[in-house]
Design a protein around this ligand. Structure first.
Ligand SMILES: Cc1ncc(COP(=O)(O)O)c(C=O)c1O
Length: 402
């Protein structure tokens, strides 16, 4: 009704039809592989209860319930600095900023770098929430190619043709959402070389990095760059971490590690946006991280790793010829590619209706609207019996259409 009164940036913000369909999931008997969320049965609830009581004790409540600094709670930034050192990125607390989830970091980074008409390099597909965050700043997108098949000059020319500059490359390099795939070390090094040529930052979204079930860890892109440059303040990679997939998404706790000039601008954006992330949440997450992060993540790896194995086994048993899927070494997702004549969104409507089954059609993850014949399956919340039955139903549905 009032749309004509709104700023041009609102034109790119549309409710997704898929979200509407996924609201139907509360029906009894539905097996859902749609939500890319942690299993609530695995939340470290007792640790949170204890840490919350402590934060609200007489000794701590004046701080926990008060305003605090935009950079974030210092003991939590110290914990993160230690955690990052373990990943090959030694940093100081003033190279860390706490955010209200890593989603907030993506919004701030869009705001920091993108003028209308600039170009962001993203994967085809990429995390839908990153596209949603960046869309508000009215960019164009170009496909980020990590095979080294596309020269920096080519990207530059494409950005100029639409009246802007290449402003950053965004990727989730470990167990990505939606494909579950990991960029190998050579791909990360090619990306660093490309960003150097384009003189643009790399936004490294590490939301799933801690959830590795097998295979050798690949150093974060920021660690590879730091090894070359020796000084974090000279690095162009901006690392976005999150406690959502490890401890709790509901507390909205994430962080950014980057060069001080980037952090100081992010702090200005945070001051202008929400002043700071909830103090109580930061204190609670800090206490739980100090006490239980490693042991809790070890448990998640065991349980989610088993669920991934079960879903892979069920896919091998039930998928018809012509359907392919990824074999992720971690994270929460398996990405399925169907024969080109099939459409994921049409299939979802049928799946909910006739098979009491849900997943996310892949097209929304493509900035160019391609990928109609893809699906994302989340295995994080699926118990083993439901996985077998859900994948069997998917197989029946697909066979009927092949
Ligand atoms: C790749 C990726 N990045 C970032 C986020 C945002 O997570 P949060 O804001 O909860 O840290 C998600 C959430 O699903 C994600 O999948």
């Amino acid at each position: 009704m009032v749309e004509h009164m709104m700023a041009s940036r609102m034109a790119g913000m549309k409710a997704s039809e898929i979200r509407e369909l996924l609201k139907l999931l509360d029906q009894p008997g539905i097996i859902s592989f749609a939500g890319g969320i942690p299993d609530p049965a695995l939340f470290p609830t007792a640790d949170f209860a204890e840490a919350t009581a402590e934060a609200l004790s007489d000794a701590n409540c004046a701080q926990a319930l008060q305003y605090s600094v935009s950079e974030g709670y210092l003991p939590l930034r110290r914990w993160i600095a230690l955690h990052m050192a373990g990943l090959g990125i030694p940093c100081a607390p003033d190279q860390v900023m706490i955010t209200s989830g890593s989603q907030q970091a993506l919004d701030y980074l869009g705001k920091m770098f993108l003028s209308p008409g600039d170009t962001a390099l993203v994967g085809w597909p990429t995390y839908l929430g990153a596209l949603a965050a960046f869309n508000a700043y009215e960019p164009y997108y170009e496909q980020l190619n990590l095979n080294g098949n596309r020269a920096a000059e080519d990207y530059r020319a494409a950005a100029q043709a639409t009246g802007g500059l290449v402003k950053f490359a965004y990727l989730s390099a470990d167990f990505s959402n939606p494909t579950g795939e990991t960029v190998d070390r050579a791909g990360r090094e090619r990306l660093l070389a490309l960003a150097e040529e384009l003189d643009c930052p790399i936004l490294e979204d590490a939301a799933y990095q801690a959830l590795r079930y097998d295979g050798a860890p690949v150093p974060p892109i920021l660690a590879l760059e730091l090894a070359q440059k020796r000084d974090l303040d000279s690095c162009r990679t901006i690392y976005c971490g999150s406690f959502s997939k490890t401890l709790s998404p509901g507390l909205r706790l994430g962080w950014v590690v980057a060069a001080r000039p980037v952090i100081s601008k992010l702090v200005l954006l945070k001051q202008a946006s929400d002043l700071h992330t909830a103090t109580l949440n930061q204190m609670v997450v800090c206490a739980v991280a100090e006490r239980a992060f490693d042991s809790h993540v070890a448990r998640l790896r065991t349980v989610y790793g088993r669920r991934r194995d079960r879903m892979l086994a069920a896919l091998a048993e039930h998928m018809p010829e012509g359907v392919t899927w990824t074999r992720p070494e971690g994270g929460m997702f398996i990405w399925v590619t169907l024969p080109p004549h099939l459409d994921g969104a049409t299939l979802l409507a049928q799946a909910i209706d006739t098979a009491k089954l849900a997943f996310v059609p892949g097209q929304a993850f493509f900035a160019d609207g391609s990928g109609g014949n893809t699906l994302r399956l989340a295995f994080s919340c699926a118990d083993e019996a439901a996985t077998d039955e859900g994948i069997r139903r998917l197989g029946v549905l697909l066979r009927a259409q092949m």
